[in-house]
Structure formats: structure tokens, C-alpha cells
Design a protein. Structure first.
Lengths: 299, 336
């Protein structure tokens, strides 16, 4: 058992025993060595289920929406990316900081359990990466906010986040249309990207609205595009770049291309700005701010 | 025994395509599924993998399917054309698990006094060439769900001899017909069928359906559903989930009604007029899916609605595992 796992169990046990929190959001092992999966623990006697290992890739902050209407105090484990997700949830008023006890994990990158499961399944011929795609370009491996912290401080990797974006920027409009039509035609509209997303925390999602029905339920290129472009625009400036949407996708749609383009644009046009790095008053997303001296001329 | 040699597969599919829509496991833009065969260089056959991530249910229940077109002018509304998807179809290479799922779909769409005409049109002339499964994957548990993976009930059963050559075993008159169509590509050969590997996973679900009948309000559902995030991945990759919604497209005075897959994981699925939702939270939605699979379908049709293909286990982004769910459901105490 790893040092972090042992400490995680001790911390969780103590927090539940002394009543600091009502529940702990962490990970436990599944029935394959490459499976760690989110878990909720409410009983101090069950903290031995907790695990912190190289497969704890899921952004637990996305599960905080389940507790938005409760009074539960929550201990949550958070890697660098997850902590930015927590900032997202707090800034979006899903949860308040005082309801959270954040156990930070300095993170050297995770392996993707789903990628390992797919590789082992016999249903594909992929070789799983030692470090998940979403972790390869991580710029914030250490949690931004936390109440206590586990593990050694980590150095961020090389920042190659926008290499692919620049390639697409250099395409002609027709090439771009063809590229995105092809990629988005794969989508099966399972909404895993939306549901895994910390920025998709609306009580009623626009895509679930029925009056009016903003996006058709037919799975075709037009409606798929409408879905993905609207979603990307909606999380523009709020996406914390955790990469969970792309990881969760069962059809391999390269969703981070859309998100990164908007991250780049928001940074250049309204920034400098990176989402989820601070809880300070002026750190709210540029497109969510109201200012009387807004430079936009149409106002 | 007759053999379909690997270098003749494309030719065989072309011959069959002359008179029918032929659905074959393929890779398309990195997605594996059962798509209509078209012999061009972009098409990559996926017969060298265990199965496809997207199930073959789209053959009989396309994700989006037109039902009829209409015109609506003022107070007048008229049906212009009702879709008729009748035609010859062949599914090539379906596995025993997915075939068992197809049988479950037949029960839902064709029995108990109502026949779904769109489903029936796609289903009634479907010839089935099933692929015996000798090397199951780590997530497979089909045998526990009553699947005969080595001798599926099909018109033809093919057996992978390695190198993607297939022993060809017709089982029905329809299968003999297909055999005679392919006589130019099938060769007579002595074959030794491969040794079947054991399934790694087994689970005993005897009595579970009955037990679940008394577990609707059990607190275990809170715990089991806690990691689920209510996306529809499991339901859409599942070969036996068959729920659909009926929707409409309108452009000015014309439009069409279509049906499309729906998922019990979605809010809209049970949303009532007036805004009430009997399955408001994830526990209710999660519970419904598993009870439909393991209790409700069983009560109505006498079989389970899970066939052990393992797709949901592999693809759930948050690690929900139906085997662990079943284990837990078996384990918990139910008050008498």
C-alpha cells in the first residue's frame, strides 16, 4: 500500500470520526488492477476502501453538483486539475468553500483506467499511455487550494497545449469544416462530456430544455455540431482544462481542441486569464463579469 | 468443411451486398461498429478484434430513424409518406452475446400483442452470419447470462481459424441459400476448430430478479449510484438497451417525425408535462436501469436484459461495473 493511500485513509477516518465532514469523496479499487473509481464514504469504518494511486484520474469535483442542495460537509481529494474544478464549482455557486475540506494531492500525472480497460478488452489494438493524454500537457500538477496536502511538489511539463490548435488555425474554412464534421459525426450524444465537466453545472442544461428545444435530438452532424459548439462556447473562459470531457468520450471525439481554442482566445482577447486558478474576487471568468466600463461598444 | 479464406472476405461481402444491405464490423474514423459494407479503401474491417464498441443494435434500431413525413398548412395536417425500411439485410460476424441481445429486442418489439412495424421491417428479412467466440475478453461474462458463444443460433456460424479465415457452417435453409451465393469464394478444406479459452468472469444471478422485487427502497441504491454521473454511455453502447423517443422536425409547412435512442439516465426521459420528474435524481435513474436489466424485463419476458458483453464495464468513464453492482445486490440483507 502506498504512503499516500495510508495517509488518505488516516485523514478520512479522522475527519469522519471527529465530525469535521459528513462524507469523503475519494477513489477505491475496482476488480481490475488498472481500475480506480470514484467513491463516497460516509462511515469511518469504511475508510480502508480508499486508495490513492496512479489510476485516480477522475475529477471528483464534477460530483459536487450532487450535493448542491444538501448541507453535507464534504472532504474531497483533489489533484491540481481537480482543485481548479473545485474553484469552478465555488465561483459558480454550486457549493461554498466552508462546506469543503480539500485534501490536495501533488500529482505527477495519472494513467487512464478506461484506456487500460480498452487496451485489455480485446476490442481495440491500442497500447495504453504511461501518462494519460490529459496529463501530458498539464501546467498545474499541484493543487491551487487545499486544507492539507499529500505528496511532493511536482514540476509542470512542457507547454505544448496549443500546437494542435495552431495547426487547425492554419486550415482554410473548408478544411476546418471538413475536419470538424468528420470528428463530430462520431459523437453518439451520450453527454458523457457534459456530465464529466465541472463547468457544466447548470441545474437545467440547455440541451435538456424542451420548451424551446434548442438542439434537435437527432444524432446527425448538424445537431452534433450545434451541441458541441454551444457547449464549448458556454464553457469558454470557465473550462479548467481538466480534460475529462475528452477522456470520458466513448467515441474518441477530440473535444479539447474546441476547448483549447477558446482558452487561447479568452486569454488573448480578454486576459491574461486562466480559469480556476484563484478564488479572489477579480478572478472570475472574463465572460462572466459585469463592468460598467465594459469596452464593448454595443453596450 | 467449407472455409471463407481471408483474402476472399471482401469479395464475399461484395457478393452479398449485391442483393442486401450487409452490416459488418468496421472501424470508421476510429470508432468500431456494425456499418453497411461498401468496398472502398477507407473501410477497415474489424474482424480481428473481439467485438466493436458500438453494438449492432443499430441494424434493427438505428440511433435516428425517420418514421413519416407530413405537411401542415393552417388547420390541415397530412401524412405525406410513411417510411418503409423493408428490405434484405445481412449481418456478418455478430457475436453470440449480441445475438442474444437481438433476441431480447425481438421480445420487446414483436411480442405481447404489439408488433413495432419499423422494427419488424428491418428484422424479418435479416440473415444472420454469427461468429463463434473462442477468445473472450477480460470484461466478458456472457455465459453467466445464458449465451452460447460457440454455437450461436444463426443462419450461418463462422469460426475464426486464425489469419481471419473462417470455417463456414450453415445452420438453416437461409444459411444454405447464402452458402450457394458464395460458392465461388468458399473453399472445401479440412479444418481444426480452435480451442476455446475459458471466460474469466462468472456470476450467479439465480433468484436475483425475485430478490430485487423487494429492494426498490433499499438504501444500497444510494451507495451503488454514488459514482454514476448519469451520462448515457452505458445505455448507448449496450446491445440490449432499446428505449427510444419520438421527436419531430418542422421546417415551415413540412416536417417529419423520427425516433431516436433515448436513455433512462437522462432528465428528459421521465420529465412530465407540468414539470414533475419522478426520477429527479441519479439514484432513481441508476436504479431503473439495473432493475430493468435484472428484474422488470425478467418479470415480463422471462429473461434478463443483460447479455454480458462487457461494453459498459469497459467504457463507463466513472468505473460503474455491473458485476460489482450484481455482487452487492446479492450481498445485502433485505428485511422480510
Amino acid at each position: 500500500m502506498s504512503d499516500n493511500t495510508m495517509k488518505a485513509r488516516e485523514i478520512a477516518k479522522k475527519l469522519l470520526q471527529d465530525g469535521t465532514v459528513d462524507l469523503v469523496l475519494g477513489w477505491e479499487k475496482g476488480d481490475e488492477p488498472y481500475v480506480s473509481a470514484p467513491t463516497v464514504i460516509r462511515d469511518a469504518s469504511e475508510t480502508d476502501r480508499l486508495v490513492v494511486d496512479e489510476y485516480c484520474i477522475h475529477d471528483l469535483a464534477a460530483l459536487l453538483t450532487d450535493y448542491r442542495d444538501s448541507h453535507d460537509k464534504i472532504a474531497i481529494f483533489a489533484k491540481g486539475c481537480d482543485s481548479r474544478g473545485i474553484v469552478r464549482m465555488i465561483q459558480d455557486r454550486v457549493i461554498t468553500r466552508d462546506r469543503l475540506y480539500i485534501i490536495g494531492l501533488n500529482c505527477s500525472g495519472m494513467k487512464d483506467p478506461n484506456e487500460y480497460a480498452r487496451a485489455a478488452s480485446g476490442m481495440s489494438k491500442i497500447t495504453p499511455a504511461k501518462k494519460a493524454t490529459k496529463c501530458q500537457s498539464c501546467q498545474y500538477p499541484n493543487p491551487i487550494i487545499y486544507d492539507e496536502i499529500l505528496g511532493e511538489l511536482q514540476q509542470p511539463g512542457a507547454d505544448n497545449r496549443f500546437a494542435e490548435i495552431e495547426k487547425i488555425e492554419n486550415m482554410t474554412p473548408d478544411e476546418k469544416y471538413e475536419f470538424f464534421s468528420r470528428e463530430l459525426s462520431k459523437c453518439i450524444r451520450c453527454y458523457a462530456c457534459r456530465n464529466a465537466c465541472v463547468a457544466c453545472n447548470c441545474r437545467t442544461c440547455i440541451f435538456d430544455e424542451t420548451k424551446p428545444q434548442w438542439v434537435g435530438r437527432a444524432t446527425d452532424t448538424v445537431n452534433n455540431m450545434l451541441y458541441h459548439i454551444v457547449r464549448a462556447m458556454h464553457v469558454a473562459g470557465r473550462c479548467v482544462e481538466c480534460g475529462e470531457c475528452e477522456r470520458a468520450c466513448p467515441a474518441g471525439v477530440p473535444l479539447m481542441l474546441l476547448n483549447r481554442k477558446l482558452i487561447k482566445d479568452v486569454d488573448q482577447l480578454f486576459g491574461p486569464y486562466q480559469a480556476g486558478l484563484s478564488l479572489e474576487g477579480d478572478a472570475i471568468p472574463p465572460l462572466s463579469r459585469y463592468r460598467v466600463d465594459d469596452p464593448d461598444e454595443f453596450m | 468443411m467449407k472455409v471463407l479464406p481471408s483474402d476472399k472476405i471482401r469479395e464475399a461481402l461484395n457478393i452479398l451486398s449485391g442483393e442486401a444491405e450487409v452490416y459488418v464490423p468496421q472501424m470508421r474514423d476510429d470508432v468500431s461498429g456494425y456499418f453497411i459494407w461498401a468496398d472502398n479503401p477507407q473501410v477497415e474491417l474489424a474482424l480481428d478484434i473481439l467485438n466493436t464498441y458500438m453494438s449492432p443494435k443499430n441494424v434493427v434500431l438505428p440511433q435516428t430513424e425517420n418514421m413519416y413525413s407530413f405537411s401542415a398548412v393552417g388547420q390541415d395536417a397530412n401524412v405525406v409518406e410513411v417510411a418503409n425500411p423493408q428490405g434484405q439485410r445481412v449481418i456478418f460476424g455478430i457475436k453470440g452475446c449480441d445475438l442474444k441481445a437481438l433476441e431480447a429486442l425481438d421480445l420487446a418489439f414483436l411480442t405481447k400483442g404489439y408488433e413495432d412495424e419499423f422494427y419488424k421491417a428491418r428484422r424479418q428479412n435479416l440473415a444472420i452470419i454469427a461468429r463463434a467466440c473462442y477468445t473472450p475478453g477480460p470484461a466478458c461474462f456472457c455465459e453467466s447470462m445464458g449465451v452460447d458463444r460457440l454455437n450461436p443460433e444463426a443462419d450461418v456460424v463462422i469460426h475464426d481459424l486464425g489469419n481471419q479465415s473462417f470455417a463456414w457452417e450453415p445452420k438453416t435453409p437461409k444459411g444454405e441459400e447464402l452458402t450457394s451465393k458464395l460458392q465461388g469464394v468458399l473453399v472445401e478444406q479440412d479444418v481444426k476448430l480452435p480451442q476455446a479459452a475459458e471466460l474469466k468472469r462468472k456470476i450467479d444471478i439465480t433468484g436475483l430478479s425475485e430478490k430485487l422485487a423487494g429492494m426498490f427502497e433499499h438504501p444500497v441504491w444510494d451507495e451503488l449510484s454514488s459514482r454514476c454521473m448519469n451520462c448515457g454511455t452505458c445505455t448507448y453502447v449496450c446491445p440490449s438497451c432499446y428505449c427510444f423517443d419520438i421527436q419531430v422536425n418542422t421546417r415551415g409547412e413540412a416536417g417529419n417525425r423520427f425516433r431516436c435512442w433515448d436513455s433512462c439516465m437522462y432528465r428528459e426521459y421521465t420529465l412530465m408535462a407540468g414539470g414533475h420528474n419522478p426520477r429527479e435524481y441519479k439514484k432513481e435513474r441508476f436504479r431503473n436501469r439495473f432493475l430493468h436489466k435484472l428484474q422488470f424485463f425478467n418479470e415480463r419476458y422471462g429473461v434478463n436484459l443483460c447479455i454480458g458483453c462487457g461494453r459498459c464495464v469497459i467504457l463507463c468513464p466513472n468505473g460503474v461495473n455491473i458485476l460489482e453492482v450484481i455482487d452487492k445486490l446479492k450481498e445485502v440483507q433485505v428485511d422480510a
